[in-house]
Design a protein around this ligand. Structure first.
Ligand SMILES: [Zn+2]
Length: 307
């Protein structure tokens, strides 16, 4: 065998050994959750932000680690290269299929899962960040007069085309035939509101989201006024205070680690009393901060409020 091929073989072996080691450590971290104390709100966030894995690479490692926690033989199969992170990732919800996927490609495993997995054969929902060309802006560029020239004719105007890139999220999912009829009806209704203009699935999706948020907003307002009038609940936070805290903290978890890094998660963000209500803390802007659920629970555990 050629020397380069031999060298590659050795490198691949080392890579496999490292991958297995990574999966074992990710699994350990998944159980022990040390990343919470270092300003990360989830294992995924730590792998992406802290370790610079791509979104997909982080997901594959986390799914493989979770499978390993259910089926410890995963690492031996990885070491023997009989399964890959991709194929493992497909059977997280069907761990008993592990023995059947040995030596199979991702496509073959997908088919197996669709045939045998049974429970849910929908196309897995995916959200992928993409960069798209938004528009081509036409920018006029005025050419300068030649040096010392007292030109009578105005300088020519050159139109320069500028490409503007935009970051978007691409969503893939599937729905049943029955739902598709409903969607068409909704599309017609919305099309009337849009005065006959075409309605995309994106329009429908955003319209639905706006309605959910509006409903939640009016519910909170109603609850707020009811509480303000009635109870003297010290945990009660007025909408005005909530708004100020939300604005001050930018809607993000403010958990700060000793090295100064801030969690910044927007996932399940909650209002936290810095001095707990149980210890006489009040619901003022100064005594409130935003924490994600994981960090809120961590602080409560540290304060001995929950186990
Ligand atoms: Zn957090």
């Amino acid at each position: 065998m050629h020397e380069v091929m031999k060298e590659l073989r050795r490198a691949v072996y080392k890579e496999t050994v490292s991958t297995v080691e990574v999966i074992e450590l990710v699994a350990k971290l998944e159980k022990e959750k040390h990343f919470l104390r270092y300003g990360f709100s989830s294992l995924h966030q730590y792998l992406v932000r802290g370790l610079k894995y791509s979104d997909g690479a982080a997901n594959r490692r986390i799914r493989a680690a979770r499978l390993y926690l259910k089926k410890p033989e995963v690492c031996e199969l990885l070491r023997r290269r009989e399964v890959s992170l991709c194929t493992l990732s497909e059977i997280l919800d069907e761990p008993e299929m592990l023995s059947e996927i040995k030596g199979k490609s991702k496509r073959e495993v997908e088919e197996l899962v669709a045939l045998k997995g049974g429970k849910d054969t929908r196309i897995r929902e995916r959200v992928v960040p993409v960069v798209v060309k938004r528009a081509i802006e036409q920018k006029p560029v005025f050419s300068t007069l030649p040096a010392g020239g007292q030109s009578v004719t105005p300088p020519p105007v050159v139109i320069r085309q500028e490409v503007v890139l935009e970051e978007r999220l691409k969503v893939t999912f599937s729905y049943s035939k029955q739902k598709s009829e409903k969607i068409e009806r909704a599309r017609e209704i919305l099309s009337r509101k849009y005065s006959g203009k075409g309605v995309s699935i994106e329009d429908l999706f955003l319209e639905g989201i706006n309605q959910i948020l509006a409903a939640e907003g009016s519910k909170k307002e109603r609850m707020g006024t009811r509480k303000e009038r009635g109870s003297k609940n010290r945990r009660y936070i007025s909408p005005k205070v909530k708004k100020e805290v939300l604005e001050r903290d930018g809607g993000c978890c403010t958990y700060r680690n000793t090295d100064g890094s801030v969690c910044g998660s927007r996932w399940s963000v909650e209002f936290d009393h810095i001095t707990p209500v149980a210890l006489g803390g009040v619901s003022s802007v100064e005594n409130l901060r935003l924490l994600c659920r994981n960090h809120n629970q961590l602080m409560a555990r540290d304060a001995g409020l929950i186990r």
